[in-house]
Design a protein around this ligand. Structure first.
Ligand code: HPA
Ligand code: ZN
Length: 356
């Protein structure tokens, strides 16, 4: 085995935590066409949107997103074929099976209820299905999982507030069905602090908060998210443009959930070598490596780990730091953290013994 193959094998077995994956971003073109047929949903007319001609044309179109908003258009069209609780459960399960094979032991997964509610799908159907998928992954695959409800920035704040009220009325936070809140969708355009009031309410209830920021938007999107109470930042790659903020984030130990292949597909960077992995390591900024929308961006979590290795040539101790930080900053109990840290230790020691 050559050195690169050895490292890829090491990365496959390295115990991972995923913190940034949208379950709706796991809808492959095959599944979109299948569910459209099963549920009697019309996909966009190929005469108007040629990408929807076939699985192949749709897959090819995904290789040419021009921006975040260009991607989001396809992402929202794709998820519109989800109708029944079983559809949501099957989608979540399809993600967990692949994540498990990629060495994921703990997964914190996003979902976007507002967009489904807008199509007339009840809140209970969405959360019930996704939650069922999570429970199955815990039972059958031994993963720990957390559902993170994401507000979307392209819809009115009132629609986010209505979802928040449904979450609270259903006591889904208290029961652990939903663990935390995030925000996503178009970054530049809507007010940076549009969820200020909702985040203030959530803070009173100690709900863990995260936010997509610093993907296309400049570092002020990151500082605004922190001001509103986010304790984690999704993407955050533009943090390197503000040295002072970067030092503050390093000091506070705020985790960035970095998604390298997503950054390339959405043209935030030209290649994975431009994702500021080394700068973050040198500045002591904690980050995890994630897949974001794997069915759209050409790879699941292991593909992202391997792409980082190929572009940045990290050492085993550097990978150990990344893996350990991913565990430490996960939204899980200390006992689960201890279990996962032990698994990392065993895996790294085994690799070091094999490679001498
Ligand atoms: N950014 C913002 N919103 C999203 C993304 C993303 O990468 N993926 C799904 N919704
Ligand atoms: Zn995302």
């Amino acid at each position: 085995m050559c050195q690169q193959d050895l490292l890829h094998a090491f990365l496959k077995g390295l115990p991972k935590c995923e913190h940034h994956v949208h379950l709706e971003g796991c809808m492959s073109p095959e599944l979109i066409f299948q569910l459209a047929k099963r549920n009697g949903i019309s996909l966009p007319d190929p005469a108007v949107q040629p990408a929807f001609e076939s699985v192949e044309t749709l897959s090819t179109r995904y290789e040419h997103f021009s921006s975040l908003d260009d991607f989001l258009h396809f992402y929202f069209e794709g998820m519109a074929v989800l109708c029944t609780e079983q559809d949501f459960a099957d989608l979540a399960w399809s993600y967990f099976e692949i994540a498990h094979a990629d060495g994921v032991h703990h997964a914190e997964v996003f979902f976007d209820p507002q967009v489904h509610l807008d199509r007339g799908i009840p809140y209970e159907t969405i959360v019930g299905g996704f939650s069922e998928g999570c429970k199955r992954a815990e039972r059958v695959l031994g993963l720990s999982t957390r559902l993170i409800l994401c507000f979307v920035r392209h819809l009115p704040v009132a629609s986010a507030k209505s979802v928040y009220d449904q979450l609270i009325n259903a006591q889904h936070f208290e029961s652990g069905v939903v663990h935390g809140l995030g925000w996503s969708s178009s970054e530049v355009g809507p007010p940076k602090d549009m969820f200020r009031d909702i985040y203030a309410l959530a803070r009173e209830k100690n709900i863990p908060l995260t936010a997509h920021a610093g993907e296309e938007g400049d570092p002020t999107y990151i500082s605004t998210a922190l001001e509103l109470g986010a304790t984690r930042i999704d993407h955050g790659i533009r943090l390197v443009e503000d040295e002072e903020l970067m030092q503050r984030i390093a000091r506070q130990g705020t985790l960035l959930t970095v998604c390298p292949l997503s950054n390339v597909r959405l043209r935030c960077v030209k290649s994975v070598s431009e994702v500021p992995i080394r700068k973050f390591l040198e500045a002591g900024v904690k980050f995890s490596i994630n897949s974001d929308d794997p069915a759209y961006f050409g790879g699941y979590i292991l593909d992202n780990y391997c792409a980082v290795q190929d572009a940045h040539n990290l050492s085993i101790p550097e990978w150990r730091t990344i893996a350990e930080n991913s565990v430490q900053e996960s939204w899980i109990e200390d006992s689960r953290k201890a279990e996962l840290l032990e698994k990392i230790d065993v895996h790294v020691k085994k690799h070091l013994t094999l490679s001498v």
